[in-house]
Design a protein around this ligand. Structure first.
Ligand SMILES: [Zn+2]
Length: 269
C-alpha cells in the first residue's frame, strides 16, 4: 500500500514523464563557429501533465505562448553560419527561461490580458519542479557548451533570437528589428551600424524591450562571462513563412558577419 502511495506521489511530482519531449534541443554543438545561437521562447508546447495550463490551444499558439517564427529563423541562421544552436522546447507560460528566478514573470499568471489558470495558486513545489525539469536543463546545456568552448579557446559571440508581436495591448509597433543589449554593447553597436549601412528595414536599439535585471540568458551566459553578445527581436509578421524565415536568416547572417569583421578590424587599428 505504501508503495502504491509512493508511486502515486511520484506521478504527481514529475512534470516530464519519459515519453515527453526533452526540454532542450541542440544543433551543431561541435562547431567552432564564433556564434552560439540560443532561442529561449522557441515552442508553445506544454507538458501533458499540466493540461495546457487551462489555456486554449489557439491562445498557446499566439505570441503569449512562444516567439512565433523565432526558431525557424534561428535554424536557418545555424545552417548558414554552421553555428551551434540551443533551444527550449516548452512554452514560456510553463516557465520563462529568460527571467531570473526571483522575477514575478518567471511563471506568469497573466499575459497580454489573457489569464493563465494553471499558473494561479501554483505551489512552491510546483515552481521548483518547473525550474528543475525545464529551466535548469536549458541553462545547463548552454553553460556546458560555453565551458567546453572556453576550455578549447574558441571565442564566442552569444546571439539570442526572439520575436515580438506587431500589435501589443492595441498599439502597432513600427520597429522591424530590435537590437537589444545590456551593460555590454560592444557587439550590438557594431551590429546596428552594419544593419543600418547595408539594409533598409527599420532597426532600433533596445526596442521594443531592453536587456536588464529581469533577463536571465544574456546576463548569465554572455555579460557575466565576458562574451560578446546581441539579442535580436524580429517582428513576427515578417517571419511567419518558411521563405520569410530564410530571407531573414540570410540577412541577419550577413549583418552578423559584417559586424564581426568590423569589430575584428577595429582591434587592429
Ligand atoms: Zn522572446
Amino acid at each position: 500500500m505504501a508503495h502504491q502511495i509512493c508511486n502515486a506521489e511520484r506521478i504527481i511530482l514529475i512534470i516530464l514523464s519519459s515519453f515527453e519531449t526533452n526540454p532542450v534541443s541542440t544543433l551543431r554543438t561541435g562547431s567552432n563557429s564564433p556564434y552560439v545561437l540560443v532561442c529561449d521562447h522557441a515552442s508553445w508546447q506544454v507538458p501533458s501533465g499540466l493540461k495546457d495550463l487551462g489555456v486554449t490551444k489557439s491562445d498557446l499558439k499566439r505570441h503569449i505562448g512562444w516567439d512565433i517564427g523565432a526558431l525557424g529563423v534561428a535554424r536557418k541562421l545555424s545552417n548558414i553560419l554552421k553555428a551551434p544552436l540551443i533551444w527550449q522546447n516548452y512554452s514560456r507560460l510553463v516557465i520563462d527561461c529568460n527571467r531570473v528566478l526571483d522575477h514575478s514573470g518567471l511563471i506568469a499568471v497573466e499575459s497580454d490580458a489573457t489569464i493563465i489558470p494553471g499558473n494561479m495558486n501554483i505551489t512552491k513545489d510546483g515552481i521548483h519542479r518547473r525550474i528543475r525539469e525545464i529551466y535548469q536543463p536549458y541553462h545547463l546545456a548552454i553553460k556546458k557548451l560555453l565551458d567546453s568552448r572556453e576550455s578549447r579557446g574558441v571565442p564566442t559571440i552569444v546571439v539570442s533570437i526572439h520575436s515580438f508581436t506587431p500589435i501589443f495591448l492595441g498599439i502597432k509597433r513600427a520597429c522591424e528589428l530590435g537590437v537589444l543589449f545590456g551593460s555590454d554593447s560592444r557587439y550590438a553597436r557594431r551590429f546596428i551600424e552594419s544593419a543600418k549601412a547595408n539594409f533598409d528595414f527599420v532597426v532600433m536599439a533596445n526596442e521594443p524591450y531592453r536587456v536588464d535585471k529581469k533577463d536571465a540568458t544574456i546576463p548569465m551566459h554572455a555579460i557575466n562571462r565576458g562574451n560578446l553578445n546581441v539579442l535580436l527581436e524580429i517582428r513576427q509578421d515578417l517571419i511567419t513563412s518558411n521563405a520569410q524565415q530564410q530571407l531573414w536568416g540570410n540577412t541577419l547572417a550577413a549583418v552578423l558577419e559584417d559586424a564581426t569583421s568590423q569589430l575584428l578590424r577595429s582591434q587592429y587599428i
